[in-house]
Design a protein around this ligand. Structure first.
Ligand SMILES: [Zn+2]
Ligand SMILES: [Zn+2]
Ligand SMILES: [Zn+2]
Length: 249
């Protein structure tokens, strides 16, 4: 449970940085490769108000963490940072890297500035992010807390279908989540129900092989929230969280 979970990743940055790393394959300064050092992206130029992934690939180089730190000056930019991901450490196991802060943090916000590089900061120290990023951060953390709360504290009961198939179930806003099968061989199903209507709307059975019961509970709940949500932004966030959790074991 205390395994770190990345709850939001900026896909555009991921795609862009992978292209640069694939082109170079190693740190262009010290020639060390991905097995020895952490590879990062460095921008040769900086254009104000431009997102870090909206540059030409030729504007960027691959450097290791150490060489990258030496490339940059001492004055941390106070604008133009982008939020790349938020990692939930499960406890106060992280440290905010922002100068003069150093607070113990649970949610590591990985941020990036083309004229500076990477910085990991906490949720109370994100004033250098854009308004939209700040909102995204609090929404992501809020959703993630809901998922965790639901999975651990909602009441799960046992049931049997008319055909004799066993399941465990829980409800969210009078809709039901059913989880079939054994640990690592689960599948789940959403049963949607309009309030005051007797019939149940059975969704398709989704396979979740190789997942623990806990993970399947998380995935099922996120799927239900995504199905019920009418906000495109929230749906996208839930999809990112689903993808991050689905890649865990
Ligand atoms: Zn750099
Ligand atoms: Zn290097
Ligand atoms: Zn801080």
């Amino acid at each position: 449970m205390n395994q770190p979970k990345t709850i939001y990743i900026n896909e555009k940055w991921l795609a862009f940085s992978e292209k640069v790393k694939r082109r170079d394959g190693k740190c262009l300064q010290c020639n060390r490769g991905p097995g020895e050092v952490i590879l990062q992206i460095h921008h040769n130029i900086y254009i104000t108000e431009k997102a870090p992934w909206d540059y030409a690939i030729s504007d960027c180089l691959t450097l290791c963490k150490g060489c990258h730190a030496k490339e940059h000056g001492l004055i941390e930019p106070d604008r133009g940072w982008s939020l790349l991901s938020i990692e939930d450490l499960g406890g106060l196991d992280g440290t905010c890297e922002r100068k003069g802060c150093g607070a113990e943090i649970r949610y590591e916000h990985l941020t990036y500035h083309p004229n500076w590089g990477y910085l990991v900061v906490g949720s109370t120290c994100i004033e250098h992010l854009t308004q939209e990023d700040r909102l995204l951060s609090s929404n992501a953390i809020h959703l993630y807390k809901n998922i965790s709360k639901f999975v651990h504290s909602s009441e799960w009961s046992r049931g049997t279908t008319q055909k004799g198939k066993k399941y465990i179930s829980s409800t969210y806003k009078h809709h039901q989540i059913r989880i079939y099968g054994e640990e690592l061989f689960h599948s789940f199903q959403l049963v949607l129900k309009e309030k005051g209507v007797r019939w149940h709307d059975f969704g398709r059975v989704i396979q979740a092989k190789g997942k623990s019961t806990l993970s399947v509970k998380e995935l099922a709940y996120i799927t239900l929230r995504g199905t019920l949500s009418d906000s495109a932004k929230e749906k996208k966030l839930l999809r990112n969280i689903y993808r991050a959790l689905n890649n865990d074991t």
